[in-house]
Design a protein around this ligand. Sequence first.
Ligand code: FES
Length: 363
Amino acid sequence: MANRRLAPAAEQPQNFAFSPENAEWAQGQIAKYPEGRQASAVIPLLWRAQEQNGGWLPQKAIEAVADQLGMPHIRVLEVATFYTMFALEPVGRHWIQVCGTVPCHCCGAVELKEMLQARLGPSGHVSADGNFSWLEVECLGACCNAPMVQINQDYYEDLTPESLSRLMDDLAAGRPVTPGPQVDRSASAPLGGPDTLSDPALYDGSRVGAWRKRFEETRKDEGAADSGAKDEAASSEKRAATDPKPARPVAGRPVESAATDAPAQRAAAHQEPVKADEKVQASDKEHSTAGRAAEPAAPKAIKDLEPAGAEAGAQSSLPRDVPPPQPAASGVEAPAEPAPGADATASSKGRGRSKPATKPERT
Ligand code: FES
C-alpha cells in the first residue's frame, strides 16, 4: 500500500472553487440528503473537485468541500486519504493503479510493478512526457482475472509485463485500446470459453419439447385411467338397475320382507300395513338370515303391549316411564325370561343388562 500524503506545497494551488456548473451540480447533490446530513455528499463533491482539477485533489479543494458541507477539514482529509480513488498528487494523462492485493500479487502483480518502476520510475511521480503515473492500490474487485490495473476509468485484466507495456505504448500513441481481459477470455468466463451451461439443449428449446411430450404422455395415461373408471361406473349402474341390492346387508333382517318395506312405502304402493302377527312371524329366527339362536325372543310384556295399529302410526300404549324395546347387541347375554307373575315394568327395565334382575337381600 502506497503512502497517502498530500502533494508538496510547491505543487499545491493557492485556492480552489467549483466552477458555476459544478457548484450548481454540488448543490443538487447536497439537496439529496436531509437537513443535518449534508456530510453524506462528501465523496461525490471530492470526486467532482478532482475531475475539475485535472485528476488530482489539492489541499485547497479538500478544504473548500469541507467548508461547503460544514465539516472539519481533518474529517474530509481523512476521507480523501483513505480512498485511493482520490489522487493526492498530480497524475499523468493516464493514471495507472496497480492492484497489489494477494490474488493479483500471486498472479503476477509483482512483475507488473517491476516493469512500471523500470519504465516510469517510482510510484506517485509523473513520467517525463506527462503521459503516465502509477500507484499501487488494494483490491479493485477483478480478482478472477488477476493481475489487473485500472487506467483512468477502465480496467485491464489478465496482464503480463509485456501486454501492459504494449497497452501503454498504444495509449501514449493515441491508438485505441480494449479494456477488460487482455487474453482470450470473455468477461470473467474461464479461459478458452465457458465450460458450463454449454449444452445447446438448455436453450434451443429441445428440452421444452421433451417436457411437453412428457406432459402429453402423462395426460394420455390419465385419460385412459379416467376412461376405465367411467366404464366401471357405467357397469355398476347397469348392474344396479338389473339386480338391485339393499343399501345395507340383509343380515339380521327377515328374508320375507325387503329392506325398504317401510309403512310409508307400503302405503305409497297401496299395500296393507304389516300386521303384528306377521311381524312376530318375521322375527322368528327360522325366517331370518341372522343367527337367531343368539337373539332373545321379545319379552311377552312388550309384545303383548305393542298394538296392531302401531305400524299405521298409532300411539303406543306403553307407559311413558317404560323405555322402548332395544335390539339385543351381539354377544350380550339374553335377558332372563320374567318369572311368572312378575311385574312387566320391572322386567322391561332389566332388559339388555347383565345385572341380575333381583338385588341380593341385605342381611
Ligand atoms: S486482488 Fe487484485 S483485483 Fe482483487
